[in-house]
Design a protein around this ligand. Structure first.
Ligand code: E4P
Length: 217
């Protein structure tokens, strides 16, 4: 299972990278705005900085909602670095642009996916990644995990190569449950990764080992 961090915060990206378990980064316009990164040039430079900080795939989202605009912006983003994955919204123009980029061998991530039918379209268009939003479904009392299970079933039925990227992850249980049902990737905040480290028996066990060692030295 790949671990992506879902942030535009460079310090958090570097912390996850330092842990040695990071496979990539996802961003979106809201995450960029949260870090105060605004304006086309600053955003492009920030993507360059993120690519320098990590080794894996970096999803960079287009803002255009029409096909020509998506192609233009996606090409500009892809030209920044081979690590860039062009992130496209699940609308008709996004599906069409996904096919365009997949035919050109440029990696894509189809985002804002909330149904199996949308995930099927993304796979048919050759998406590298499909991003079902687990947390946002849970927020409206709909089982987000069930959606990921159903996409897994459909993709396995036909051998689609599109990787399921569980997005909108909020906590460690989301990560663990996604791993149990075979999500290929998860993207979440730093806390959803570092939270996996924690267990009180690890802490008390280590404290005891160190105390016992100290007695003999
Ligand atoms: C990732 O690609 C998505 O943009 C992100 O996971 C959305 O998460 P949120 O629902 O916490 O905003």
């Amino acid at each position: 299972m790949k671990f992506f961090i879902d942030t535009a915060n460079l310090d958090q990206i570097k912390e996850a990278q330092d842990l040695g378990v990071l496979d990539g980064v996802t961003t979106n316009p809201s995450l960029m705005a949260k870090e105060g990164i605004t304006g086309a040039e600053n955003i492009l430079q920030h993507y360059r900085d993120i690519c320098e900080a990590v080794e894996g795939d970096v999803s960079a989202e287009v803002i255009a909602t029409d096909y020509d605009g998506m192609v233009k912006q996606g090409e500009e983003l892809a030209a920044l670095n081979p690590q860039i994955v062009v992130k496209l919204p699940m609308i008709a123009a996004g599906v069409k642009a996904c096919k365009y980029f997949s035919d050109k061998g440029i990696k894509t991530n189809v985002t804002l996916v909330f149904s199996v039918g949308q995930a099927l379209l993304a796979a048919k268009a050759g998406a590298t990644y499909v991003s079902p939003f687990l947390g946002r479904l849970d927020d409206i009392s709909t089982d987000g995990l069930n959606l990921i299970e159903e996409i897994r079933l459909v993709y396995d039925n036909y051998g689609f190569k599109t990787q399921i990227l569980a997005a909108s992850i909020r906590n460690t249980m989301h990560v663990i449950n996604c791993a149990k049902i075979g999500s290929d990737v998860m993207t979440g905040p730093l806390s959803s990764i570092t939270g996996l480290l924690k267990h009180p028996l690890t802490d008390s066990g280590l404290a005891q080992f160190l105390a016992d060692y100290a007695k003999g030295n």
